[in-house]
Ligand binder design. Structure first.
Ligand code: HEC
Ligand code: HEC
Ligand code: HEC
Ligand code: HEC
Ligand code: HEC
Length: 482
């Protein structure tokens, strides 16, 4: 072999090596968030919730109709996911928009179908359609990053060989499956691995419930997601401002009595979806089990009503810069009167709103009346269609395209433009200029919640004019003087 050729050969050999190394690195880098997802599981490895429910009757009934059960079918999720596929310009945006099933249809995703948002929903296997379910959660062994569902799993091999189910007990015994204590299941990280969502190409944090909790006083006190959300049952909202009373009972029919059985309703704030599926199951007369759905929206209301506190200062404040003169020439400066409203998130272990905080609407409604009952000021009052006026004091998050323009489609999100949410155990002070008045005024303030702006709901054809419930989280009335 002559020398030149051998040099060329060695160069190309080296560059091939380098290329291979680069590609491997690139692949690793590209897929590092998803390296677990490349591990393949068979659908036949997963057992249907109905089988688990054969012994875990109560837990099954609680979970059935929960937002976890409905996560894949959820019509609001599907409408927004489908709308999100339209009008995208870049590969990066399309990749994100196609990435919805990872958490919403997780058994399907890890077993190969659906992998994409645009995959044909009618082909989703019945087990996968049941959303976030028993055998999925109880086959998790840990996570390698606490976001975007980056779990490790160890499922069994279907009904005849169910494998190990992991949970909170160190001494659990079942004839059917092996049991194992899993510390991971007792901690917020299990929940946080799905409840923190990062845009897979732009890297913007789209949901941060876990991080919000991690920075809150609750994490320091060791109060986990489970301590609020898996203690709730009718009449026990189990929030930060209410007692979180233990739920004694048995985990399976006829098994040992335990001091606390974690409930599986997984109630947050969603009422629109439970109400929608309650109506459907009534229409189709499929009442078995699904009557639970109405309990879920009622519990969401109880949760929301125990989330915040509002106080109105009994005296107005005069604007800072005029304070000195204001003492002498008060009447001339009376347009500087401000009412002070203090809102504290004393119930949620994270910000309000959390999760998909771009579509969750939390806003302040204020009505100020003089002694004769004339309205001096108002804000946050929806019109006849249920749409909010533009000057509304709102706590929703606004995402942007990276150039300061707001975006509705989160696949286009490259920045957060505004985040004014209510932080856990922190007071938010709103100062509202109300202009001139004499004597005493009456201030009524309420904080309201709606899962989706009614105008957005009306723009999604598939929702067929769905009415999005509005909940008064807190209402206060206060006489205010100068
Ligand atoms: C990493 C997990 C994860 C991924 C991926 C994910 N979601 Fe979600 N999604 C969640 C969680 C957790 C919630 C519940 C948060 C809440 O209730 O505020 C949620 C709730 C929602 C809701 C609210 C549904 C309702 O009934 O109000 C919509 C809409 C939604 N997601 C759309 C999407 C779309 C569109 C995509 C893909 C672009 C997507 N999600 C991808 C975890 C995920
Ligand atoms: C979102 C994940 C998730 C889903 C879905 C889920 N579980 Fe659980 N389950 C948990 C967690 C977490 C705990 C333990 C909580 C703790 O210790 O803090 C638990 C506890 C349990 C326990 C122990 C008894 C108790 O409740 O304390 C049993 C039994 C159980 N689950 C069965 C089921 C069955 C049956 C289903 C389906 C009908 C189901 N789980 C669905 C997460 C889940
Ligand atoms: C034939 C009855 C039966 C079936 C079916 C069954 N279990 Fe169990 N399971 C039990 C019994 C009994 C216990 C023990 C309860 C206790 O220790 O208090 C148990 C305990 C558990 C625990 C607690 C484990 C621990 O160590 O904390 C989990 C989690 C669990 N089951 C999940 C499931 C899931 C998921 C399914 C469906 C794939 C399922 N079970 C199906 C009877 C059953
Ligand atoms: C596999 C991913 C996954 C895991 C694990 C998970 N969740 Fe969820 N969770 C979701 C998704 C997705 C939704 C939203 C479903 C929807 O709105 O369509 C949701 C919804 C909820 C809701 C209802 C939100 C509302 O607006 O009403 C609560 C509460 C909740 N999860 C709590 C928990 C807790 C507590 C844990 C841990 C014990 C947990 N989740 C674990 C994915 C997950
Ligand atoms: C101190 C009790 C407490 C803890 C701890 C807690 N939550 Fe919540 N959670 C609440 C309350 C109260 C609400 C209703 C108010 C609201 O919507 O934020 C709520 C609402 C939610 C919602 C629905 C939010 C929305 O507006 O759509 C989700 C999702 C949720 N929690 C998930 C979690 C997860 C995941 C964790 C742990 C990382 C957690 N929560 C920890 C009390 C708690």
């Amino acid at each position: 072999m002559n020398k030149t050729v051998s040099i060329i050969n060695s160069i190309s050999f080296q560059s091939i090596l380098l290329l291979v190394a680069l590609c491997t690195f690139h692949l690793f880098y590209e897929n590092s968030w998803a390296s677990e997802q490349t591990k393949h599981y068979e659908l036949s490895q997963f057992i249907s919730p109905e089988t688990c429910g054969g012994c875990h009757t109560q837990i099954y009934e609680q979970w059935q109709g929960s937002m976890h059960n409905l996560a894949s079918d959820d019509i609001i999720f599907n409408e927004i996911a489908n709308a999100g596929l339209v009008g995208l310009s870049s590969k990066d945006e399309i990749e994100e928009a196609e990435h919805c099933q990872t958490c919403h249809t997780p058994v399907g995703y890890i077993t190969g179908f659906p992998r994409k948002t645009s995959d044909d929903r009618t082909k989703i296997a019945p087990i996968a359609k049941q959303g976030i379910q028993c055998d999925y959660c109880h086959s998790i062994t840990g996570a390698y990053s606490i976001y975007n569902a980056q779990f490790n799993y160890s499922p069994g091999n279907g009904e005849d060989d169910p494998g190990v189910k992991r949970g909170p007990f160190k001494d659990s015994d079942s004839d059917y499956h092996k049991s194992e204590f899993s510390e991971f299941h007792t901690k917020s990280e299990l929940c946080g691995t799905c409840h923190d969502v990062k845009h897979i190409t732009s890297g913007v944090w789209l949901e941060t419930t876990y991080q919000e909790w991690k920075q809150s006083p609750y994490s320091k006190q060791g109060v986990q997601c489970q301590d609020c959300h898996m203690y709730q049952r009718p009449e026990y909202p189990s929030t930060g401002s209410t007692k979180r009373v233990k739920n004694p009972g048995t985990a399976a029919d006829g098994s040992v009595e335990r001091e606390h059985i974690f409930t599986h309703y997984f109630v947050g704030a969603n009422m629109a979806i439970p109400e929608h599926y309650k109506a459907i199951s009534k229409e189709q007369d499929q009442s078995q089990g699904k009557e639970n759905i109405s309990i879920i929206s009622k519990m969401a209301e109880e949760r929301l009503k125990n989330s915040v506190d509002i106080k109105i200062d009994p005296k107005v404040e005069l604007k800072q810069q005029n304070k000195a003169d204001a003492k002498n020439i008060k009447s001339q400066n009376s347009e500087e009167n401000r009412i002070i409203i203090r809102i504290t998130n004393n119930g949620a272990g994270h910000e309000i709103p959390t999760g998909v905080s771009n579509i969750r609407q939390v806003w302040l409604k204020v009505i100020v009346k003089d002694s004769k009952g004339n309205v001096l000021y108002k804000t946050g009052i929806p019109d006849k269609k249920g749409y909010l006026p533009p000057n509304t004091i709102s706590y929703s998050t606004v995402f942007g395209d990276g150039k300061g323009n707001p975006v509705d489609n989160l696949a286009k999100a490259r920045e957060i433009i505004s985040d004014k949410r209510l932080k856990p155990m922190k007071e938010k002070v709103e100062k509202i200029d109300i202009g001139e008045f004499e004597g005493k005024i009456t201030v009524e303030a309420s904080l309201l919640y709606s899962g989706l702006p009614q105008n957005v709901a009306d723009s999604l054809k598939g929702l067929n004019g769905m009415n999005i419930p509005v909940v008064v989280m807190k209402y206060v009335k206060q006489v205010v003087s100068q």
